[in-house]
Design a protein around this ligand. Structure first.
Ligand code: F1P
Length: 288
């Protein structure tokens, strides 16, 4: 499958993208600017992760929206849109509503999104043959993390190690997965859950960590997994373990951890006889 190669290419492709930083800094949000970040599906979740990171870094107010839900009339200094295909209709309509300079991050150099935006960052070297997004999404997020000044060498190393990581049998074979993450890690949790749904048709959910005990824990039981992105809140691991569910909690960077979920998704898809490149009912881009 293409997606297997695309997952494996991530660490080197991230390094390549980070090399673009000096040339793209002026079209990315500057310190103090009020920014909206938009996308659909996986691209929306990457937008959420970046928004959380940018605010935590003290760089300025940052709102993430599903492109279809971007309100007209809000004042922003810059709008950043993320679209691998560069053709998604909701993103195009959101650009029409934007009352600020728009920067697009896309794999398609001369597509409709690139033409509608004022500035474009083209990540064509991170484009994918698989419908299921892995490489483009993480490359975008790593570029944006780099723009916030985060040191990322260790994340790249961790991800390279995560490619071939073996997971315990009860995780490999579980019937249901819930991903939990706080702050920007909520975005990576949503993406992990979407990946397993799209790629392996598994029942998955995602919540902010502290929301989990407000209801979602009701379905936890043996044979199901609760996977934590980032350090666990006090008492959370014990509360989950008491249900019989398996807890996954590691010290990995959330993007490196996402690589483990991508690889597991492919293993589960192949074991179930699904084509992980072409999930039923999904298309590469939604053009309305
Ligand atoms: C966004 C997206 C993908 C999803 C599917 C449909 O596409 O929602 O995340 O996997 O392929 O489109 P894009 O705007 O990033 O191309």
């Amino acid at each position: 499958p293409h997606v297997v190669r695309e997952i494996r290419r991530q660490p080197e492709t991230w390094a390549q993208a980070l090399g673009l930083l000096p040339g793209v800094r002026d079209v990315l949000p500057r310190t103090g600017e009020r920014v909206a970040v938009l996308g659909c599906g996986t691209s929306w979740f990457m937008a959420m992760a970046y928004a959380g990171l940018r605010e935590a870094a003290g760089e300025g107010e940052t709102d993430a929206f599903a492109a279809s839900r971007f309100p007209a009339g809000r004042r922003y200094d810059r709008v950043l849109v993320i679209s691998r295909s560069g053709t998604t209709t909701e993103v195009l309509r959101a650009i029409e509503r934007a009352d600020a300079p728009v920067t697009a991050v896309t794999a398609l150099k001369d597509g409709p999104v690139a033409r509608a935006a004022r500035e474009v960052i083209v990540l064509d070297f991170a484009d994918e043959r698989s419908v299921v997004q892995t490489l483009f999404a993480t490359t975008t997020l790593m570029l944006l993390r780099g723009s916030l000044g985060e040191p990322l060498d260790e994340v790249i190393e961790q991800a390279a190690g995560a490619l071939d990581a073996e997971l315990p049998g009860d995780v490999e074979n579980a019937g249901q997965f819930t991903f939990l993450g706080d702050g920007w890690r909520y975005g990576t949790s949503l993406e992990a859950a979407l990946k397993m749904r799209e790629g392996a048709r598994l029942w998955t959910e995602a919540y902010p960590q502290l929301e989990y005990r407000h209801g979602p824990i009701s379905i936890a039981e043996a044979g199901r997994v609760v996977w934590l992105f980032g350090a666990p809140a006090p008492g959370l691991v014990a509360d989950i373990a008491a249900t019989g569910a398996t807890v996954v909690a590691d010290e990995l960077d959330p993007v490196a951890d996402l690589v483990r979920v991508q690889a597991l998704t492919v293993r589960r898809a192949l074991a179930a006889g699904f084509d992980p490149d072409r999930p039923r009912s999904l298309t590469r881009s939604i053009v309305l």
